[in-house]
Design a protein around this ligand. Structure first.
Ligand SMILES: [Zn+2]
Length: 466
């Protein structure tokens, strides 16, 4: 039995059912699970590990709902800097298909470490190209080395065309490996450190049969389904031309509009499709930086929330974001939702924020709303009731930020909002299941500097061969 006491925090943001924010407070955890969230004066006085959080804010660990960790090898690639999605894909894949298992390991560690330094304790990753000896096992082992909670997708590409033919695997191979991975690694129940998801690359990179078979296999084992959806207007045109259906209608014919499915992006959707997601319990992962970087569009996040759609946040990329900083993404989500309101005011109103409208501030996304999407929202999207909030019985997953820093100076009349409005700062502590992953601003579980050196050699070698 191991215990952890986090005490003296200036503020604890619980994100519990009442959204309590407690001053001079902390939490007590045993064997990775929270037993108590309370004022410091009400907590036990000792534990195996004690964190003194004076001048710090304590928040639930952020949940990242969409990523491609292998792209840490291709960040900022010159020939993919100034393109939108489809040419960006074509520029990237000749490099990514030649990555090695060792390169995949370093990319995964670095991406997850950057996430942990930004307060992320649970991350999903969507990998769908498995060539050159790479398997999902490489990333699973890398996530274990670092110690974060991981949700790994076995994706796949079975149709060439938009992606190079060298990305293609036989559908029987993809399904057999998916089956193996579920049986070998997928764990359920409170505190699961590793789950498997089935996630074909996109609607246009696998057949309808593959989508149906993936759904059938996933439902046999109770694992979730995921893919990209409605990321660009090009995708909508492609689907109308080749399938005579909008993307959401096509997915509905395949049994993919359901409560065990979530989609990355979901930008180009109409009101009817948004309502359908809400009715069926289908989730959405908002990826603001990636959507701006690739000029894809602005997802209707406020509308999703109004229609009770489960919404989480993802860093996506890394090559369509060039970072894996989830706290930055929370800020981008807030700003982009506000920009959308300005560019596309609600129907019927001539101006986005008429000064006579007493409800106008309710229409703007708030800092707390953005944080809620990245915590409770992400947990819902991943189908997890054991993370996303600080409450007794939930995982001891949290992070802290030092408030006594230049980035927050002058903004501490509301420390919770400062975390979102001000430039994102590195976590001081990040804790997963009661274990320190970030300790005083540094990765504590491995030698990150040596991984970075090794990784940069892999990335340089890959870039030079193209
Ligand atoms: Zn993606």
């Amino acid at each position: 039995m191991t215990t952890l006491l986090a005490k003296n925090a200036t503020l604890v943001v619980t994100m519990d059912g009442e959204r309590r924010e407690l001053r001079d407070a902390g939490l007590f955890a045993r064997d990775g699970f929270i037993e108590q969230v309370a004022l410091t004066s009400e907590l036990p006085v000792s534990a195996d590990t004690v964190l003194d959080l004076r001048d710090q804010i304590l928040l639930p660990g952020l949940v990242n709902c969409h990523h491609h960790l292998d792209q840490v090898l291709t960040r900022n690639l010159p020939r993919a800097q100034n393109t939108d999605l489809f040419p960006w894909l074509r520029a990237l894949y000749p490099v990514l298909i030649r990555r090695t298992p060792d390169a995949s390991r370093t990319a995964t560690i670095i991406g997850l470490a950057e996430l942990a330094l930004s307060g992320c304790t649970t991350s999903f990753d969507h990998t769908y190209i498995f060539q050159n000896g790479c398997t999902l096992d490489d990333q699973i082992h890398a996530a274990r080395e670092l110690g974060v909670r991981f949700v790994a997708a076995r994706g796949g590409v079975s149709l060439g065309g938009l992606l190079p033919d060298t990305c293609v695997e036989k559908e029987s191979v993809i399904l057999a490996d998916s089956h193996r991975l579920i049986q070998q690694y997928h764990t359920i129940g409170c505190g699961s450190m590793l789950q498997i998801v089935l996630a074909p690359g996109s609607l246009f990179s696998v057949t309808a049969d593959m989508m149906r078979e993936s759904a059938s296999l996933a439902r046999e084992y109770g694992v979730r389904l995921h893919t990209h959806l409605c990321e660009t207007a090009d995708e909508e045109r492609y689907m109308l031309e080749h399938f005579q259906m909008r993307p959401v209608a096509y997915l509905d014919t395949l049994g993919w509009i359901a409560d065990d499915v979530w989609y990355a992006h979901a930008i180009h959707v109409n009101d009817e499709e948004i309502r359908l997601f809400g009715q069926r319990g289908t989730g959405v992962c908002h990826c603001p930086s990636s959507n701006m970087r690739l000029a894809s569009g602005i997802a209707p996040v406020k509308k999703y929330l109004e229609c009770d759609v489960k919404v989480g946040i993802g860093v996506d990329g890394s090559a369509s974001n060039d970072s894996s900083n989830l706290l930055l993404e929370v800020r981008e989500a807030l700003l982009l939702a506000r920009l959308k309101m300005g560019l596309f005011p609600p129907e019927g109103s001539k101006q986005p924020f008429p000064s006579s409208d007493p409800l106008r501030t309710r229409e703007l996304m708030t800092a707390r709303e953005a944080l809620e999407i990245a915590t409770r929202g992400g947990a819902q999207v991943l189908g997890r009731s054991d993370i996303g909030a600080l409450e007794p019985g939930k995982c001891a997953d949290f992070f802290t930020l030092d408030l006594n820093t230049v980035g927050y100076a002058g903004a501490l009349s509301d420390p919770v909002a400062a975390v979102v409005f001000c430039a994102p700062q590195h976590a001081y502590y990040t804790v997963v299941g009661g274990c320190l992953i970030v300790d005083k601003g540094e990765i504590a579980t491995l030698n990150l500097d040596s991984v970075i050196r090794e990784h940069n050699c892999h990335a340089a070698a890959l870039a030079s061969e193209v």
